[in-house]
Design a protein around this ligand. Structure first.
Ligand SMILES: O=C[C@H](O)COP(=O)(O)O
Length: 235
């Protein structure tokens, strides 16, 4: 049974935008009226401080360190405590691009979620199967295994689950409404948290996806980089 009424739209800018266009986009979004959803933008880390100081948008990071300490000899890492300190309230963890390019497994993802919770951040945990896994009928098992990375600190208040089938990310082919609703229902049976959908969300399919009973919101990649399109989504 769906319990969460307010829709949430999370923009994942990934590794895109230089400083000036990023600030311009964030300011346009911040100053836009008639926004009917809760909104979170996850820019590249280097842009967070500038956007924080020039807009009133709620912000998140796209990753955090798995290291157990907030500070230390961990070259290139940014801790959850640092992300919180710079003014973010959210962090995306376990995106399929990080699972693929950085070989993140359940142990690493679990450590990152624990760190996010300890820092007072809401962890947005990405789960989803590949096309091959779906065709083999293993979607539920894959997602269930990914959900097992959630540490005992996870609650509906500090954790959001993003269902992102890998075959729908950046392909222009989103999952069908039935596929989305069924997987969200399955996830909710395991974890009754806020569950958002990601994967080729555009202005022309966002409304019907958001209207699904099991969908609490969206995680938007490419379409969040274009103001006109993103505004139609959040309006
Ligand atoms: O985090 C966002 C997802 O990877 C979706 O990306 P996309 O909207 O470009 O398909």
């Amino acid at each position: 049974m769906k319990k969460h009424n307010k829709k949430l739209v999370i923009a994942n800018w990934k590794m895109n935008l230089l400083k000036d266009p990023a600030i311009n986009l964030a300011r346009k979004i911040s100053e836009a009226g008639d926004i009917s959803v809760d909104l979170v933008i996850c820019p590249p880390d280097l842009l967070i401080d500038s956007i924080k100081s020039q807009t009133n948008i709620s912000l998140g990071a796209q990753n955090c360190s798995a290291h157990a300490e907030d500070f230390g000899a961990c070259t290139g890492d940014i801790s959850a405590a640092m992300i919180k300190n710079i003014g973010c309230n959210y962090v995306i963890i376990g995106h399929s691009e990080r699972r693929k390019y950085h070989k993140e497994n359940n142990d690493i993802i679990s450590a990152k979620i624990t760190n996010a919770h300890k820092a007072g951040l809401v962890a947005i945990i990405c789960v989803g199967e590949s096309l091959e896994e779906r065709q083999e009928g293993r979607s539920h098992d894959i997602v269930l295994n990914q959900l097992s990375a959630l540490p005992p600190t996870s609650t509906p208040e500090n954790t959001i689950i993003a269902y992102e089938p890998i075959w729908a990310i950046g392909t222009g082919k989103s999952a069908s409404l039935t596929e989305i609703n069924q997987m969200h229902e399955y996830i909710r049976f395991e974890k009754d948290f806020k569950i958002v959908y990601g994967g080729s969300v555009k202005c022309d399919n966002a409304k019907e996806i958001l209207s699904l009973g099991q969908v609490d919101g969206l995680l938007v990649g490419a379409a969040s980089l274009d103001f006109e399109q993103f505004y139609k989504i959040i309006k």
